[in-house]
Design a protein around this ligand. Structure first.
Ligand SMILES: Nc1ncnc2c1ncn2[C@@H]1O[C@H](COP(=O)(O)OP(=O)(O)O)[C@@H](O)[C@H]1O
Ligand SMILES: [Mg+2]
Length: 240
């Protein structure tokens, strides 16, 4: 579904991604883990067109999307829930959700029923229904995270990129976020999940890649990685 080959990206003259190769099969949940500054966010930004890659290939389904503008990539069904959530603070919750559907209304994909999909998001995230008229900037961190995920889902994505959905949340909310991710996976949504909580990510993922200094250092089935003593020592802080 999503196939990335030798992706290279830089900020100015500083090269950050040195040829990333990874795959996300249809219906799979793939985790991308690695320490702070490894290049996880940059990888997602280069995939979704927020950052123009220098070279390499990104295939979404049968289409080559590397170097295409972000709106075009979104139109083709790639949704990105960015690091730091980036909801539209001065708009109500409901409008944030509607905007998430916008690229699918302007592209070649099935337009669907936006109102029904908003209703579905309220079922998935009941808190958002309670807050539907409230400006997104006044939501709590956990609520903004739910909104960022719901807004991305409003695209009816072929692939969903999730960047650090647990960042800055209380342990209870982190648990809720991971429970939601498990539900999305059960619903068949194809996802690439970036997480610093590597242990939790490996619990829900099918497959995982470890990023180190802009390169894939290791990859494998999540269950195997979770049980590998070397992985535990190096990436899971030993005992988590
Ligand atoms: N906008 C930017 N301009 C310049 N350098 C950046 C920018 N964003 C990130 N970097 C650098 O790129 C590297 C990878 O960052 P990032 O992809 O955010 O890592 P991660 O998400 O794994 O923590 C880091 O060295 C970071 O300092
Ligand atoms: Mg990051």
């Amino acid at each position: 579904m999503l196939k990335i080959d030798q992706l290279v990206a830089s900020y100015g003259k500083v090269r950050v991604l040195h040829g990333i190769t990874l795959q996300v099969k249809k219906g799979a949940l793939v985790a991308l883990i690695g320490s702070n500054g490894a290049g996880k966010t940059t990888t997602l930004r280069a995939i979704s067109g927020m950052l123009r890659p220098q070279s390499g290939s990104v295939q979404l389904g049968d289409a080559e999307i590397a170097g295409k503008p972000a709106y075009e990539i979104a139109r083709r069904g790639l949704a990105h829930s960015p690091e730091g959530r980036r909801v539209f603070p001065t708009l109500p919750v409901r409008d944030n959700l509607e905007l998430g559907a916008y690229p699918r209304l302007t592209g070649a994909r099935t337009k669907g029923d936006v109102a029904a999909d908003i209703e579905r998001m309220y079922e998935l995230f009941p808190r958002l229904r309670e807050r539907r008229g409230q400006l997104a900037g006044t939501l709590s961190g956990g609520e903004q995270q739910m909104l960022a995920m719901a807004r991305a889902l409003m695209l009816s994505p072929e692939v969903l990129l999730l960047d650090e959905p647990s960042m800055g949340l209380s342990p209870k909310l982190v648990e809720e976020v991971f429970a939601t991710i498990a539900r999305l996976k059960a619903a068949g949504i194809t996802m690439l999940l970036v997480e610093q909580f590597a242990a939790a990510a490996l619990e829900v993922a099918d497959f995982a890649y470890v990023l180190e200094n802009g390169k894939i250092a290791l990859s494998g089935e999540a269950a195997k990685m979770r049980d590998d003593p070397a992985v535990r020592a190096a990436y899971l802080g030993g005992g988590h």
